[in-house]
Ligand binder design. Structure first.
Ligand code: XUL
Ligand code: CO
Length: 439
């Protein structure tokens, strides 16, 4: 293991158990511990996001960079990218995480020309491949940054300018190639600027049709090169654009179905995007999962008092527990995982803060996993939910569901039966049960 960029962390972060006072140790995440039929690492499949953790510099809307990373010091952009990659793999190994995720423009710098950008990406991918081989760290997903360059200010796949759409398509081709070359297990589409600011200049239907065409071309290319990874769409309602087309799970599922794309995509659900859409994280996960389309997760949290994407590390045990309930109930995330799309605060300036942040997030999900598994084993809510719908298992309920009756037969039945007898939904009691597991 390298010891160049994080000399303050001497060895891999150990598991020390819940009573440990060591802040550079896991209290709950115990990689090989069995939970149900799988180990914790098989359940959780944690990934580090390259953009925040390696490329983040602490800047915000009101001020420039506040971190002074050793790996950002080289003068030449390509040298900087190589140093960053080296630092990244040292970080992954010391943290003990098995996956990472990147945008094309995080791992390799944009060049003067498109061809130069492709060349930069190719050379960094070759280096990443050798680091992956050396360390065993794998790529959870790759993606293309189709939102930072000024050419994408009016959209990428949905740009009104065909040349811009073509540029984005060519960029996606290269990003898929890079992901494929690195054995990426998924490829993500996040439409940061695929939306609109004002209807005064926008043909909404045309833009959605263009987006569908854009994604179909990606599907065709995936088949052509035999890329085995899962395609994912990451919903978000707004920011940077005012109205993004992939607003939330339900909207995105409808879009995929409408345009014949549903078989080729699953969803990557991000906690903070859910709350921006006015939903809870678990709601978005449950909607995706109910459709059989929950593919992966961007694990983070927002701030209830702030209306933007704060991308904080997840610490809320209620949220991680309810998320893990949905994930366990669907039998896991398959090729997906839990990617920490989260950044340390502007004032958390030390590289060690990156460790504290990830340790906290990993422990929060490990605890959520343990609690959720226990609730499932005890059938803490399952029996209640089954019982709640019991009236559909016989009598008029089963006749309705099995299509034996229509409105007329139902009316005759209702006239004879009179008023329904209601049963309590017991929300408060169930919340108490949840509390008894979490505390
Ligand atoms: C932005 C966001 C992205 C995607 C990948 O809010 O979540 O980083 O995860 O493009
Ligand atoms: Co994200």
């Amino acid at each position: 293991m390298q010891n160049k960029y994080f000399p303050q962390i001497k060895k891999q972060i150990p598991f020390s158990g819940k009573d440990s006072k060591d802040q550079l140790a896991f209290k709950y995440y115990n990689r090989d511990q069995k939970v149900g039929t799988k180990t914790m690492s098989e359940h959780l499949r944690f990934a580090v996001s390259y953009w925040h953790t390696m490329m983040g510099n602490g800047s915000d809307m009101f001020g420039g960079s506040s971190f002074n990373r050793e790996w950002h010091k080289a003068n030449n952009p390509l040298d900087r990218a190589k140093d960053t990659l080296e630092a990244a793999f040292e970080f992954f190994q010391k943290l003990g995480v098995e996956y990472y995720c990147f945008h094309d423009r995080d791992i390799a710098p944009e060049g003067e020309t498109f061809a130069q950008s492709c060349k930069n990406l190719e050379s960094i991918v070759a280096l990443a491949k050798s680091f992956q081989k050396e360390t065993g760290v794998k790529l959870l997903w790759g993606t293309a940054n189709l939102f930072s360059s000024p050419i994408y200010s009016q959209g990428a796949g949905t740009s009104p300018n065909a040349h811009v759409m073509a540029y984005a398509a060519a960029q996606v081709k290269n990003a898929i190639d890079a992901t494929n070359e690195l054995g990426g297990e998924n490829y993500v589409f996040w439409g940061g600027r695929e939306g609109y600011e004002t209807l005064l200049n926008t043909d909404l239907k045309k833009e959605q049709e263009h987006m569908a065409r854009f994604l179909h071309m990606a599907v065709d290319y995936k088949k052509k090169i035999g890329f085995q990874g899962q395609f994912l769409i990451e919903p978000k309602p707004k920011e940077p654009s005012k109205h993004q087309y992939d607003t939330d799970s339900a909207t995105t599922l409808y879009f995929l179905k409408e345009y014949g794309l549903l078989d080729h995509f699953k969803l990557n659900i991000e906690a903070n995007h859910a709350t921006l859409a006015g939903h809870s994280f678990e709601h978005e996960l449950a909607v995706a999962s109910a459709a059989g389309k929950l593919g992966s997760v961007d694990a983070n949290r927002g701030d209830e008092l702030l209306g933007w994407d704060t991308d904080q590390f997840p610490t809320n045990l209620y949220s991680t527990t309810l998320a893990m309930m949905v994930i366990l109930k669907q039998g896991g995330l398959g090729s997906g995982g839990l990617n920490f799309d989260a950044k340390v605060r502007r004032s958390s300036i030390d590289p060690t803060d990156l460790f504290y942040a990830h340790i906290g997030g990993m422990d929060a999900f490990a605890r959520g996993l343990l609690i959720a598994q226990k609730m499932i084993d005890d059938n803490a809510f399952g029996a209640f939910i089954d019982e709640r719908y019991n009236s559909f298992n016989s009598g008029i309920g089963s006749k309705i569901i099995s299509k034996q009756v229509g409105l007329e037969e139902i009316e005759t039945w209702v006239r004879n039966e009179g008023k329904p007898v209601l049963q309590s939904g017991r929300q408060e009691m169930l919340e108490n049960i949840l509390n008894s597991y979490i505390v």
